[in-house]
Design a protein around this ligand. Structure first.
Ligand code: SF4
Ligand code: SF4
Length: 97
């Protein structure tokens, strides 16, 4: 499983993601993002684009190993966190798999 640290930043930065266009409140924040719990309100039925495991299986496993794919995703998480100056404890580190 992808070691998401639940920083919530991906769900607050969906601008430009075609599949989530109708979810954007207009400021890049997803309408299903819960600002209190910092979680997704529709987690169990969230779109495929929000599900790293499913996206890997459906689209990316022909190009990457799972570890490589996770590392690429983690880079985006960590770049976002750096941009928002989030505490380093949130950084996503892909260890042995
Ligand atoms: S940006 Fe990464 S670590 Fe943060 S909630 Fe999204 S997937 Fe998880
Ligand atoms: S649907 Fe859920 S997981 Fe997907 S961007 Fe919105 S809040 Fe995040």
């Amino acid at each position: 499983m992808f070691p998401c640290s639940e920083c919530g930043l991906c769900c607050q930065n969906i601008a430009g993601i075609e599949e989530l266009k109708s979810f954007d409140l207009g400021n890049g924040v997803c309408k299903h993002y819960n600002t209190v719990t910092k979680k997704c309100n529709i987690y169990d039925t969230r779109p495929e684009i929000c599900n790293i495991e499913k996206m890997f299986e459906r689209k990316y496993k022909q190009f990457f190993s799972k570890k490589e794919f996770f590392i690429e995703n983690a880079k985006v998480c960590n770049l976002l966190q750096e941009k928002y100056q989030l505490d380093k404890s949130f950084r996503v580190i892909i260890g042995d798999m």
